[in-house]
Design a protein around this ligand. Structure first.
Ligand code: MG
Length: 160
């Protein structure tokens, strides 16, 4: 059995005018929105890159390019579903996934369980193997000023 690790990162700019953010597959009410070609879910985008990196299957930009008109406004959970199928077809399963999401507001604590549940179901693993941790940026940097939301992910995979 082979064990491998992958890392992922993503950031999207925030702008006024929206009414929610998609984070970890969950709709979070917010008086703004993420600037994105897709639904702008940085948690899922970081996770996908970590999974692809761990399995040596490229990166999100290669697999799901911004230039593809079929991916405009796409549900990032659909991309995560395609990613886990890619891993499974190469003999990989996810051991655990740990994510950090950085934004100043809104508070994410009420939504974390739902994010873990959605991600675990999509990856076909138990919920205790998925972790999502919110952080503020202490008011500094683009996240701290409310100009952006970012996420980091680390994933361990095993290949039978
Ligand atoms: Mg992205």
């Amino acid at each position: 059995m082979t064990i491998r690790v992958g890392i992922g990162y993503d950031l999207h700019r925030l702008e006024g005018g929206g009414d929610h953010l998609m984070l970890g597959g969950v709709r979070v009410p917010f008086d703004g929105g993420a600037v994105a070609h897709s639904d702008g879910d940085v948690v899922i985008h970081a996770l996908i890159d970590a999974m692809l990196g761990a399995a040596g299957l490229g990166n999100i930009g290669q697999r799901f390019p911004d230039s593809d008109p079929n991916l405009r406004g796409v549900d990032s959970m659909a991309l995560l579903e395609r990613t886990i199928r890619l891993l499974h077809s190469s003999g990989f399963t996810v051991v655990n996934a740990d994510m950090v999401v950085v934004l100043e507001r809104p508070r994410l604590a009420p939504h974390l369980d739902a994010m873990r549940q959605r991600i675990a179901e999509c990856l076909k693993i138990e919920r205790h193997r998925v972790s999502v941790k919110p952080k503020t940026n202490e008011g500094v940097g683009p996240e701290g000023r409310g100009e952006a939301v970012s996420a980091q992910a680390v994933v361990l995979v095993q290949q039978q």
